[in-house]
Design a protein around this ligand. Structure first.
Ligand code: GLY
Length: 387
């Protein structure tokens, strides 16, 4: 069982860190109310964008977290304006032919419904759940991530989808219709059966046979190479299995959580913030992905609710150590309008072996900012999931 000597975040440090983040979110409200925040910054500054990217849900999630922290209606008003934009997007099917409905609609619209009873938020999130269900492939039992449905060169799912399926658990709870959760269970079972290697590392993407539904091969898009371990994919594995366990209490999900977590911890450098791919370890010149650390901290704090006291203490300590490192060494304290919250995230770094478009390398990334705030909020209170 790997442990680290690093300092833990204290409650006053967490409060100060969250208040700094909230201050930066407040400063950015005028820029990102009528428009959305781009997926990643350029020299730490986020451009504005239309509500067309898979990442547009994270900024409203930050605004909801800021509202929970302060009770200031300036945050609520911006978040509800953005909910209207998300309802319009799903009603008009703007850039929704992919699986990222949970990333888009949980932190924006499920949050709006849970926090304020917003009917627009509920309607939008249920439509998004329906949209995600259209991407379910019976042959293989998975949500197809990208591309035209059934296309042989895109007949695959990706580990990231573990954060999309919670939208379906929520949709079943709120609608009383079990088919959403049933598809979620089938997808998670397929993912856990194929995507986790014997050593606990994960494949980013996994191809299935369109004729038979049989598993074919793991591959990467954003990791270094097919048989390496993309740090954020591993983090989606950690947090995604924890949330699925919360909703289902299936012991195999908690077992999977422990396996992917152990691999992740074994590959961390001294400051507990991974390089963008876990091939790279201490002493490397490669960029980090600070967003992975915040995502894993959220997963640890979620899993800590379900385990015995010794394991709970261990998970809370690890999360507090990761957050102390991010807060101390990676965060922005002040800056001009549009500034991000957490530096040294990596969206997609090109390698000789992967297929991604390079963007957002060693920058602030919108989900890195969101999960940092979520983790601090979890650390400070008994937080009700937006997922
Ligand atoms: N879900 C895509 C990413 O994590 O970059």
């Amino acid at each position: 069982m790997k442990t680290f000597p690093n300092p833990v975040l204290t409650k006053p440090q967490a409060e100060a860190a969250l208040d700094t983040a909230v201050g930066l979110v407040r400063q950015n409200l005028p820029l990102f109310t009528a428009r959305c925040q781009n997926h990643s910054s350029v020299h730490d500054i986020y451009p504005a964008c239309d509500n067309t990217q898979w990442t547009c849900g994270f900024w409203p999630g930050e605004v909801w977290l800021a509202w929970e922290r302060t009770g200031d209606d300036a945050f609520k008003n911006t978040a509800l304006t953005l909910v209207d934009s998300f309802l319009w997007r799903i009603e008009h099917k703007v850039e929704v032919d992919h699986h990222d409905m949970g990333f888009l609609y949980s932190p924006s619209c499920v949050a709006a419904y849970k926090l304020t009873g917003s009917e627009a938020g509920k309607k939008a999130a249920l439509l998004a759940a329906d949209q995600l269900c259209t991407r379910f492939q019976e042959k293989g039992g998975f949500f197809q991530a990208w591309g035209p449905l059934g296309a042989a060169d895109n007949y695959r799912y990706i580990i990231d989808c573990l954060l999309n399926v919670p939208l379906l658990y929520w949709a079943s709870e709120v609608s009383g219709d079990g088919h959403y959760a049933a598809l979620a269970h089938r997808h998670v079972a397929t993912c856990l059966a194929n995507s986790i290697r014997a050593d606990g590392s994960t494949y980013h993407t996994f191809f299935m046979d369109p004729a038979t539904g049989a598993p074919v091969r793991g591959a990467t898009c954003q990791g270094y190479k097919d048989d390496s371990c993309w740090a954020r994919g591993q983090a989606w594995g950690v947090y995604g299995t924890a949330i699925s366990y919360t909703y289902t209490r299936k012991p195999e999900y908690l077992d999977a959580f422990r396996r992917v977590l152990d691999y992740y911890l074994d590959r961390l450098p001294e400051d507990m913030v991974p390089y963008w791919d876990m091939t790279f370890t201490s002493g490397n010149e490669e960029p980090r992905d600070s967003s992975s650390a915040s995502i894993v901290a959220c997963g640890l704090l979620e899993a800590a609710k379900h385990v015995d006291s010794a394991e709970c203490v261990r998970y809370k300590t690890l999360a507090a150590q990761m957050l102390a490192s991010v807060a101390e060494h990676y965060t922005v304290k002040e800056g001009p309008a549009g500034i991000g919250l957490v530096r040294h995230g990596t969206y997609s770094k090109k390698s000789p072996y992967n297929t991604c478009t390079p963007e957002g390398v060693d920058e602030c990334v919108s989900w890195g900012d969101y999960f940092y705030m979520e983790a601090l909020t979890r650390f400070l209170c008994d937080w009700k999931l937006y997922w």
